[in-house]
Structures are given as C-alpha cells and as structure tokens.
Design a protein around this ligand. Structure first.
Ligand code: CO
Ligand code: CO
Ligand code: CO
Length: 310
C-alpha cells in the first residue's frame, strides 16, 4: 500500500507491480443544481477529480445511487445517470457497475478506479521552499450555490458556475505532466485554505498566498457581502483559522471566499519555481484561462498559511 488511512490523501493508492499502482476513490452528495443532467455531470467530474489530483488516469467507475422512488419521477434519475455517463465518456472512463438503494433524499456519486506509475504519484506533500502554487478554477461555488438556493442568483452566473463545476480536471492534470510538479490536490469541501492547511501540516514548511492573485467569481463577493455564506464555509474558517495569518488588508469577504467549500473545484498544483510560468502558459493554452499563480512555499512561519492582500 502506497497511500492509505495512515497518510490520507485525495485517494488510496495500492502498488500492483513496480510499474503500476491502483488509485481508488469514492464521492457522492445531494444535488447542488436543479438540473438533473448537469447534476450527474458535476458528480462525475467531482468523483474523477481525486484521481487527477494524484497524477493518475481514471479508467473505470461505478455508480452509487440513493433515490426516493416513491416520490420522485424515475425520469429524473435517468437524466442524472445520463449526465454521469456522458462525463465518464468524455474522460475515457468505462462505467462497469453500480448500486442503488431507496432513500428519502436523493444522492448520487461514483467510485472511481485509476492507474499511475508509482514513481509519478503526486501527494499533498513533497514540496520545497520556493515552490510556486497554482490554482486552476475560480473560488466561490459554495457561496454562489447558496445564492442559487435562496433564489438570488442570475441565470447567467448559474450557467457559468454549473459549467465550471462540470468541467473535468483532466486538462489541467495533462498540462502539468511535463513539469516538475512536487505536490497536488483538488479544492473541495475544506475550501482553498482548508486544503492548504492539510498540505502544510507536518511538512515543516509554510505557505504564502496573495489574495488578489486568487481567481474568484466576482459574484461570490457580491453574495458573500449579502451574508449568503454556507455553513460549511463558516465551519472551515472556524476550525482552521488558527493556521492562517491574514494581513489586515484582507477583508472579511475575501477570507470567507478563501475558505469557501467548493464542489468540483480546481487543482492546487505546487511546482518548482523555474517551471511555474511555463506551467501557467500550458494551462492557459489547454483552455484554462482562469489558472493563476497564487502563492509560494516558504520556510517560515512553518506549518502556517500567511495571506497578504497584494
Ligand atoms: Co480531493
Ligand atoms: Co474526494
Ligand atoms: Co495528490
């Protein structure tokens, strides 16, 4: 076993031979958008993401379904499954089975199996001082989803954020392969700063983030200012703020967004400084214009995240 419960990462990893390791992960959740077809796509993109975050290639997947069959039209389930299947097809992943149960609350997700060369494995550790940190999707989906549920979001932002959540992290993962990438993870429920906390803990190193370099949805600022901040985001900030040293110039809204719980967020890629600009160019050329260099690894203060405004 290469990665298991004693060193938790985005996925579990098991060495099969000297050349091949198996990556396994599972993710499921309740609907985050109204449209069942898009929900299926987002759930699949999210489940596949942990394999990409390990540097691996997903190959097979199985559906996990909880559905209120007595109260809900089966056509909704069909659309969810079609969304998931279409996303798997786009990723070149075969659906090989699944399991469904009756439940009061609809839930959907997938278990995903992928492969990687054991030497190419990317974990949340392994970075060195001076490394640059890149992020590949804008932050703010948790806040925007809260605004959607409150009926406050415009059609335009709903469409933009839905497409972004449904987007595979595959292109970002492909783009990083030629470069000296030292660590990688994906941004999900803990928010950017929560996931960075996991990276710095026990690393003996710290991280510096420049808030104005971090890509965010402008609407997320707007909605956060109206108080539309989900409980998950609030809890992230509550539990992990002790690890974060905010510059006075970083306002309360920016702090919320940096901790915002993401659904199917982007990759955090930690790369050797000499490769940072070239990786950024490669990401943008593979159709990820939002990608940005957002900070770097530092020696001091160790196991802390320092956030400056600019
Ligand atoms: Co992950
Ligand atoms: Co996950
Ligand atoms: Co990883």
């Amino acid at each position: 076993m290469l990665i298991g419960l004693d060193n938790p990462d985005d996925a579990g990893v098991y060495r099969v031979t000297d050349e091949v390791a198996l990556i396994q992960t599972v993710d499921f959740f309740t609907p985050i958008v109204d449209d069942p077809y898009w929900f299926g796509q987002i759930a699949a993109a999210n489940a596949l993401s942990d394999v990409y975050a390990m540097g691996g290639t997903p190959r097979t997947a199985m559906n996990l379904i909880a559905f209120p069959i007595k109260e809900m039209d089966i056509a909704i389930l069909r659309q969810i499954l079609q969304g998931g299947l279409d996303k798997l097809t786009e990723a070149g992943v075969s659906l090989i089975g699944g399991h469904s149960i009756e439940d009061k609350e609809l839930k959907y997700g997938l278990s995903v199996t992928g492969f990687i060369h054991p030497k190419a494995l990317l974990t949340k550790k392994g970075f060195v001082p001076g490394d640059r940190i890149l992020l590949t999707k804008p932050l703010g989906t948790g806040i925007i989803n809260t605004a959607i549920k409150a009926g406050m979001a415009s059609e335009e932002i709903i469409e933009r954020v839905t497409k972004q959540m449904a987007r595979l992290n595959r292109d970002a993962a492909e783009a990083m392969k030629p470069f000296r990438v030292h660590a990688c993870t994906d941004v999900t429920g803990f928010g950017l700063l929560g996931h960075l906390c996991e990276m710095v803990v026990d690393s003996g190193l710290g991280v510096r983030i420049t808030a104005e370099m971090v890509p965010i949805y402008p609407e997320a600022r707007e909605y956060a200012a109206m108080g539309l901040v989900p409980a998950g985001t609030y809890n992230n900030r509550l539990f992990r703020e002790a690890f974060v040293d905010f510059d006075d110039k970083v306002d309360a809204i920016a702090r919320d967004i940096l901790f915002d719980a993401q659904t199917s967020g982007g990759l955090v890629i930690v790369v050797a400084p000499e490769d940072a600009e070239a990786l950024l160019t490669a990401l943008r050329e593979s159709g990820i214009p939002e990608a940005a260099i957002i900070g770097k690894v530092v020696k001091e203060p160790a196991e802390k995240i320092r956030v400056t405004a600019s």
